[in-house]
Write a protein that binds this ligand. Sequence first.
Ligand code: NIG
Ligand code: FE
Length: 409
Amino acid sequence: MKLIGPFKQVVTLANLPLRGVLSDEQLEIIIDGGILVIDNKIEKVGNFETLKSEHQNVEIETIEGEQIVLPAFVDSHTHICFGGNRANDFAMRNAGKTYLEIAESGGGIWSSVQHTRNASEEELLKTLLERINILIDLGITTIEVKSGYGLDVENELKMLRIIKEAQSQTQATLVPTCLSAHLKPRDFEGDNKAYLDYILNEILPKVKEENLSNRVDIFIEKSAFQPEESKEFLLKTKDLGFEITVHADQFTPGSSRIAVEVGAQSADHLEATVDDDIEFLAQSNTVATALPGASLGLGEKFTPARKLLDAGAILAIASDWNPGSAPMGNLITQASILATYEKLTTAEVLAGMTFRSAFALGLEDRGRLENGLKADFVSFKTDNFQNVLYNQGSLKAENVFINGVKVKK
Ligand code: NIG
Ligand code: FE
């Protein structure tokens, strides 16, 4: 047992509903608080001095100076296992070149596939761990990581095995997702349907066998996979026992409906979602995940987060960190910016990066500072929690705790 504190403010996010609008008045803020931890879990959160007097011989980990503490963040959508770099795509896009021109000059998703296929396992593992450490430094301790730059049996398995190996070398929780249906690779002989069958018959059974992932993702978009073939594919992956998440409505609407219809854990992107589909999502348990990093990377509009919350959806916010559309990788900055454009309350943003994004990954054991939950939290050297979003990412996390233990820097 260990008592950690005192913190100027403990923002617990306790008792907030899973879906819909939140006001900042609903936030529970414990002044001069402490967190009692037993065996990786939160035992109790309360006034530091009271907890101290209630537990006479408890070990105390003293927090120096004024710090506030929040539940650690959960980034529920990333593509951080990749080789190469797409800075030239970014420069070309900003110079006015079209998607097609960029692809023709050797850019786009296909170029990341080639770089990832050509990268050695050591190199991929090293850069993946470096990116994980960057996220941990931001206070993110649960990270979803997709495959999707391998796009054949050998290379998709290579990616997922590397993600599994990274899990054995980090204290953060990694949630691996199989995104073999990112794009039909140029070297695949056959149509989309044949490629989706190849995933079902050749890739997913091995993913299961080696216990590499229990989640499947697909990019439903004009330039990738079409709605009907995608729905059929997803229902089959469900029969194989996979959970589902979907890249939906990024440029054209319609696919978030499919995500809901197949019972996906989340529908992510949603920049182009129309009002009727917002209502449809809001009636479901499919988490609507905004990816402001992709809007910022591409110069496209933001996900209608305000409308989604007003309709009663479960809104998560994730980074989408990838070499193409979202190269920044700073969820705190991105969520703060989304808040200014979409008019989100602090409570809505914090919920979207913690227990709501955890729910999108099927994890209900984290994301709030509450008895019995995983003791992952992040502190900032400031006297007011509002400064975290106000500073738009420039206020750095001071201490990150995983299972109640401070992560060494
Ligand atoms: O989530 N939209 C599709 N996939 C990624 C982009 C991946 C890439 O460009 O490499 C996304 O934005
Ligand atoms: Fe993505």
